[in-house]
Design a protein around this ligand. Structure first.
Ligand code: PEP
Ligand code: MN
Length: 280
């Protein structure tokens, strides 16, 4: 299998997206809103998450919503705003694609393509993603086994794409939380594959109050970074507001994760906003 350890040589485990390296000593923080809601919302949030320490911006233009009556995303307009947010902040952008018909348009704008949990088993989409020419962030299906997850990655790798990053995001169990944060999957995936592994405690818990603890734990158990939902005004979010952090909350978590990172031989830069605060 192409995902297996040993298939990429000793130094081959880095996945690069612009200046961002997944799988190196420095952890990667991806942050941004669940959904791109408007130009103003995205630009304000993008600037704020950069100040709070994010090195990549997330935001869904095409949203996989449980109810067809909920906000479905701004679609192509959302892609335009993401391109503008990158221009403004310099942050590379990761965004989800749900339909093979949108792949070319999303790949034209995105620096990294996201395959969401609900589409991890969509083999036609995985193959298109593998052939689109951009790195891919593959999220674990909420009911997928590790084997199924790794085979999904294999579908992408098989198309000649060698830039695949895995992301655990919680699985279905009988917990009180939205999902159960599948952190034991991190060392398992690291053991079985060379692929970098991210963790998404926002979807993994569904509750912003639980996100700091799970973000620290993700770093402690060897994740190569975290993806966190953050919104300039979480109370006003059209999607996943309860699990979204304020930019201040995000900066606090980054400071906490830094301490854990040091303890496990990794690093994470201090947020710009905290450095400015210290200079005052
Ligand atoms: C997301 O990250 O925007 C998302 C919808 O997450 P998931 O696919 O893990 O539910
Ligand atoms: Mn979300």
């Amino acid at each position: 299998m192409m995902y297996e350890k040993g298939q990429r040589g000793a130094s081959g485990c880095l996945v690069k997206v612009g200046d961002v390296s997944f799988g190196g000593e420095q952890l990667v923080l991806i942050a941004g809103p669940c959904a791109v809601e408007s130009r103003a919302q995205l630009l304000e949030t993008a600037v704020a998450v950069k100040e709070a320490g994010a090195v990549m911006l997330r935001g869904g233009a095409f949203k996989p919503r449980t109810s067809p009556y909920e906000f479905q995303g701004l679609c192509y307009k959302g892609l335009e705003y993401l391109a503008e947010a990158r221009q403004l902040t310099g942050l590379p952008v990761v965004t989800e694609v749900m339909d093979t018909r949108d792949m070319a348009a999303v790949a034209e704008v995105a620096d990294m393509i996201q395959i969401g949990s609900r589409n991890m088993h969509n083999y036609a989409l995985l193959k298109e993603a593998g052939a689109c020419g951009k790195p891919v962030l593959l999220k674990r299906g909420m009911s997928a086994t590790i084997r199924e997850f790794l085979f999904a990655a294999e579908y992408i790798l098989q198309q000649g794409c060698s830039e695949v990053v895995l992301c655990v995001r919680g699985i279905r169990t009988f917990e009180e939380t939205r999902f159960t944060m599948d952190l034991s999957a991190v060392p398992i995936l690291k053991d079985k594959s060379w692929l970098p592994v991210m963790a998404d405690p926002s979807h993994g818990t569904g509750d912003a109050r639980l996100v700091p603890a799970m973000a620290r734990a993700a770093v402690a158990c060897g994740a190569d970074g975290v993806m966190l939902e953050s919104h300039a005004h979480p109370d006003l979010a059209l999607c996943d507001g309860t699990q979204s952090l304020s930019p201040e909350g995000l900066a606090r978590i980054v400071c906490e994760m830094r301490l854990v990172a040091e303890a496990v031989g990794r690093s994470l830069p201090m947020p710009i906003s905290v450095c400015k605060e210290g200079e005052k």
